[in-house]
Ligand binder design. Structure first.
Ligand code: UT7
Length: 321
């Protein structure tokens, strides 16, 4: 069978790291509140010259280098973002040009915090059906640019960054490497719990993030536990077979509650929310790259990715590394 095999990963962060204490100098908040309610200790914030595309390009180049793959041989780029450089064209096309692989397929996916899961499932389908052979799946955000820095209920929670995974269509078998299965969901009825109050067709402005945090939290734990169960059932595997869970990094308490609900030991959950905060579509590939590079996630490991975000959208993927 043809499977989409992970050949490499890469990530990129802005230069400037902002601690909770630094934030508390300009916003009515405290390190104690942020750590206790979210587990976040710091976040990276893009400065002048740093954009979603510049972070995505750095992450993509790092993934190619990690895989030992010539970037000009990439024939598919799927980039998940809610903070594109421009309304159009897709930020993916800027990445394509920077890598010098012009002529292949390049487009953006908008599913906010679940964007990487949507992008991965899309790229996997295209690789398995022969539309492309080598794909970069990227999650990249400069969420700092759509935050209302006077709204303490949102601005302390998010950060900027990018992560990329290089997938290649390869012959594999049931027990072999590659993306095993993915499940995606959306529920448009929950629009008002997490959205941006602007856009080209409504206000002709970019808008700011608005969130009813407590309600999002409640839905997140239920939806994530459900979709993880679906992916396991479909693959005929059990939670005990999973070596690592790489979740969307929104809140340490969501990670704990979901793990408890599913009976996953905390030691098998990759947590980076303390250092990156919530980087939306970038959070899963950033965390995956951290755990691959520090040696936790190894070849042959069974890895579960999951995310939930605005829309609502949510999803999970099971991958043999
Ligand atoms: O990535 C997409 C998915 N997003 C998420 O998954 C986010 C989900 N939600 C959450 O992570 C949590 O709900 C938050 C971290 C956003 C908030 O935690 P919470 O325990 O649900 O707090 P809360 O919203 O119920 O607020 C508790 C109190 C409020 O004060 P009152 O009304 O009790 O007097 C807030 O005004 O904390 C206050 N508060 C703050 N205080 C200090 C809210 N933000 C802050 C702040 N600093 N930054």
């Amino acid at each position: 069978m043809i499977r989409s095999v992970v050949r490499g990963s890469g990530s990129a962060l802005p230069k400037r790291c902002v601690s909770n204490e630094e934030l508390a100098q300009t916003v009515d908040t405290s390190d104690e509140w942020i750590v206790e309610r979210s587990g976040i200790r710091q976040r990276y914030v893009a400065g002048e010259g740093e954009t979603t595309s510049s972070l995505a390009i750095d992450a993509a180049k790092a993934a190619c280098a990690d895989a030992g793959v010539d970037p000009t041989t990439i024939d598919l780029i799927v980039l998940a973002t809610a903070t594109p450089d421009n309304t159009f064209p897709a930020t993916a096309t800027k990445v394509q040009d920077a890598l010098g692989c012009n002529g292949g397929i390049a487009f953006d996916v908008a599913a906010v915090c679940s964007g990487f899961l949507y992008a991965l499932a899309t790229a996997d389908s295209m690789l398995r059906t022969g539309m492309a052979r080598r794909a970069l799946v990227i999650g990249a955000e400069t969420f700092s640019r759509i935050l209302d820095w006077e709204d303490r209920t949102t601005c302390v929670l998010f950060g900027d960054g990018a992560g990329a995974v290089l997938l290649e269509a390869q012959d594999s078998d049931e027990a072999g490497p590659g993306v095993i299965t993915s499940r995606l969901h959306a529920d448009g009825a929950q629009h008002d719990l997490l959205y941006v109050d602007g856009g080209p067709s409504t206000t002709q402005t970019v808008g700011h993030v608005r969130m009813k945090g407590r309600e999002v939290f409640r839905h997140a734990v239920v939806n994530l536990a459900e979709v993880l169960g679906e992916v396991l059932e479909e693959s005929g595997l059990s939670i005990d077979d999973v070596d690592w869970v790489v979740p969307h990094q929104a809140n340490a308490r969501i990670l704990d509650a979901t793990a408890r609900k599913l009976g996953i030991p905390a030691e098998r959950v990759v947590v980076t929310v303390d250092r990156h905060a919530n980087t939306s579509a970038a959070s899963v590939p950033l965390a995956l790259d951290v755990a691959r590079k520090d040696g936790r996630i190894k070849s042959g490991d069974l890895v579960m990715l999951e995310a939930m975000g605005g829309g609502f959208t949510w999803g999970a993927s099971l991958i043999r590394m």
